[in-house]
Write a protein that binds this ligand. Structure first.
Ligand code: TMP
Ligand code: ASP
Length: 236
């Protein structure tokens, strides 16, 4: 597989072309941002750890019938993935109130939701990722009703699978964000799944084991990412 030109650079990853027009390489950076890029920093080794964690989670999801973009992890920081036409809707699954949900509806952080919920947001840094309802999504033609239904049902299934997987590793899945794209007409789970994109609390201590350590300046950031990798992948 030959690495080609840089196609796109985001806040946490870079996408490179390959000699196969159906495949691209996603390169995981150590850069971290929060609050729509207003807070910036480096989390040492984050790219390596998130690449490994994403690989393990995509493998588990694939084994359980979820269609993802991952082909294989190539090396420490690169993953070969199917090229997607990204659907510009971020899907957020939640089990416990935290972050923007706690703020929006005045729920105390940590309140267990009566049932899991899935929310939809516009993937737009310029607008600060505003929440969208279905009518907005269809009006803007961001996704068809069938695509949205697939994304919602897949996100619910991903939530069930990730919740059990993390629970077996003493981690509570509070909430998470996933993205989808279209490849040869099929909606595939894309992006990455890692402590940047999930809230994970230690089952015994409720300690935050995710990017909130960076967002809220809680310290022990690198150690925490390494610990999540150890629980998810074993020693790396
Ligand atoms: P929120 O509570 O800030 O809406 O975040 C919900 C979940 O989504 C949390 O696990 C962090 C993740 N997330 C991202 O991965 N990227 C984002 O841009 C945002 C806002 C949240
Ligand atoms: N990644 C997003 C940003 O940089 C938000 C976040 O994860 O808090 O703004």
């Amino acid at each position: 597989m030959k690495k080609g030109e840089k196609l796109y650079e985001g806040k946490a990853k870079i996408i490179y072309a390959t000699d196969d027009p159906n495949l691209v390489i996603q390169y995981f950076k150590d850069e971290a941002t929060a609050f729509d890029g207003k807070k910036k920093g480096i989390i040492e080794n984050k790219g390596v750890v998130n690449n490994r964690i994403s690989e393990a989670l995509f493998n588990m999801l694939t084994e359980n019938g979820v269609h993802t973009h991952m082909v294989e992890r190539l090396n420490d920081r690169e993953m070969l993935v199917k090229k997607l036409n990204i659907i510009m809707v971020e899907m957020i699954g939640r089990n416990i109130a935290a972050g923007s949900l706690a703020k929006r509806i005045g729920l105390e952080e940590g309140t267990v939701l009566p049932r899991p919920i899935v929310e939809t947001y516009y993937k737009s840094d310029a607008l600060g990722d505003p929440m969208l309802c279905d009518e907005h999504i269809f009006m803007m033609e961001l996704a068809t009703p069938a695509q949205l239904e697939t994304m919602r049902e897949t996100t619910r299934k991903v939530n069930r699978l990730l919740t059990d997987f993390f629970a077996a590793r003493k981690l509570r899945l509070v909430d998470f964000k996933v993205e989808y794209g279209v490849h040869n007409g099929e909606v595939l789970l894309g992006d990455e799944i890692c402590p940047d994109t999930c809230r994970l609390w230690d089952m015994d201590t409720d300690e935050k084991m995710d990017k909130d350590r960076f967002r809220r300046d809680l310290g022990k950031i690198e150690e925490t990412y390494a610990e999540v990798a150890r629980r998810v992948c074993g020693e790396i």
